[in-house]
Design a protein around this ligand. Structure first.
Ligand code: F6P
Length: 322
């Protein structure tokens, strides 16, 4: 593929802070190397509706620091069928698009692989606050979400301390505890519950009581939604420990907000690299960050396994919470 090619970009799945920065980088890099760029609205759903629009340099002005995705996103069931993928590939070719950049999570990657198998050139960038994509140290939006959780946890700790209370804070992460683990470590949580490691309510209660015995003024339990829900946990914990336990469910607040500098830089580097890969005639690749470098590796490797939670970090968080 040479510089005069037409490259489209879409955002898919749950949004994450930094997606706009990624779109901006794809558009500007494409134009910088002599290509034409297009945005596809509402992810794969918009692709099936031919919702394309040309994007020029000015169309991505002022988006670098905006949360969400100005192209919109969706979780498309229609696309994830053999007919849907065929139709998408037909639409892309019919619109004379030469390559597609997808910013999204692992569900979006599976769809991208199917397009690649239809001989349509695709490159994926990890955009998910869950950071559950294998082969990359981190994903666009994860750092911002961590900062959001840390900020909220500090606020909760202030009031927890004043009232000598126990709080359960529920964070996102249906299948992956990365957000809970990293945020819990960064915010000094007393106990971190993740789907990857089993726990018992008796052990959580023992941790709370141990902290109280040594004079801790508050207890913060951070739980990933995939490991349990705040309200049920608080009820069980309260009943076992014999005092009331408060709850905070951070919910979609974690997905919004201006991207951190780290996420903006990551998205910018990956967006430009995605264009380079397509221009070089490559396809079926996922981009990742490893040892500060942007790397490209086969898409399948990215979604066939889960991002492994670092056992040493889990242990560290436990030791430092003593
Ligand atoms: O973006 C991933 C994720 O945040 C999961 O952790 C969460 O369970 C899910 O999205 C919820 O997303 P939605 O409300 O869009 O279905």
């Amino acid at each position: 593929m040479d510089g005069g090619k037409r490259i489209a970009v879409l955002t898919s799945g749950g949004d994450s802070p930094g997606m706009n920065a990624a779109i901006r980088a794809v558009v500007r890099k494409t134009i910088a190397v002599g290509g034409e760029s297009f945005g596809i609205e509402r992810g794969y759903e918009g692709l099936l509706e031919s919702a394309f629009r040309p994007l020029g340099l000015g169309d991505v002005g002022g988006v670098l620091d905006r949360g969400g995705t100005f192209l919109g996103t969706s979780r498309s069931e229609r696309f994830h069928t053999p007919e849907g993928v065929q139709e998408a590939s037909r639409i892309l070719r019919g619109s004379r698009i030469d390559g597609l950049v997808i910013v999204g999570g692992d569900g979006s990657y599976r769809g991208a692989q199917e397009l690649h198998e239809c001989d349509f050139p695709v490159i994926c960038m990890p955009g998910t606050i869950d950071n559950d994509i294998a082969g990359t140290d981190t994903a666009i939006g994860f750092d911002t979400a961590l900062n959001t959780i840390c900020d909220a946890t500090s606020k909760v700790r202030d009031t927890a301390s004043s009232h000598e209370r126990t709080f359960v804070i529920e964070v996102m992460g249906r299948y992956c505890g990365a957000l809970a683990l990293y945020a819990g470590l960064a915010a000094g949580a007393d106990c971190i519950l993740v789907p990857e490691y089993p726990y018992t309510i008796q052990n959580v209660c023992a941790t709370v009581e141990q902290g109280m015995r040594r004079g801790k003024k508050h207890t913060i339990v951070v739980v990933a939604e995939g490991a349990g829900h705040a309200f049920g946990l608080a009820e069980d914990l309260g009943a076992l420990c014999g005092h009331s336990v408060k709850t905070v469910v951070l919910g979609h607040i974690q997905r919004g907000g201006a991207p951190s500098a780290f996420d903006r830089i990551l998205a910018s580097r990956m967006g430009a690299r995605a264009v380079d890969e397509l221009m070089a005639g490559n396809s079926g690749l996922a981009l990742g960050l490893r040892r500060s470098d942007i790397v490209a590796y086969p898409l399948q490797e990215a979604y066939e396994e889960h991002h492994q939670l670092k056992a040493d970090l889990y242990e560290l968080a436990r030791v430092l919470a003593l």
